[in-house]
Design a protein around this ligand. Sequence first.
Ligand code: IMP
Ligand code: MG
Length: 176
Amino acid sequence: MAEKIEVMLTEDEVNDRIKAIGEQISCDYAGRQVHLVCVLKGGSFFMCELAKRITVPVSLDFMSVSSYGGSTKSSGIVKIVKDLDEPLKDKDVIVVEDIVDSGRTLSYLLELLGQREPKSMRLCTLLDKPERRVVDVKVDYTGFEIPDKFVVGYGLDYDQRYRNLPYIGVVTFDEE
Ligand code: IMP
Ligand code: MG
């Protein structure tokens, strides 16, 4: 099956929204420093663009997790493939994700990171598919709520491809 990509959110739409979230975070964290935690690999493009739009002092860290139970359905049991380099204790943390789908990965991750005693912890996601939610997760900053479609670009992949697209696209499959 060959796949096609249809644009759902243009590069300008995504960039404008990230700019607005950056301004909101700069306002909410005035006088403080934010510690952005990127969940690799999907969150990386979003975090870099977001960090450029934040005007309060920013520090960055990265972690990589894998979900047990296949590639299309997350089980919610998360294995840390690469842990953070720095402790979270007493930091104002914002976890930056590409997408919240069932919410399983995030709810597990937030609980795990919460045990490291950050001063505060919020969640920022570029995309949210609320229809798909199985586990309740409080999202503090959302780029876009999208329908239940499989999307790629801006860090999101289909079989490790398309992360580099500068826009968000929907994957459709041609029957051959
Ligand atoms: P959750 O535990 O179901 O919320 O899983 C979220 C993870 O599934 C994301 O971090 C993505 O890696 C992946 N994912 C969910 N929906 C999509 C999609 O539409 N495109 C690409 N990856 C997705
Ligand atoms: Mg992800």
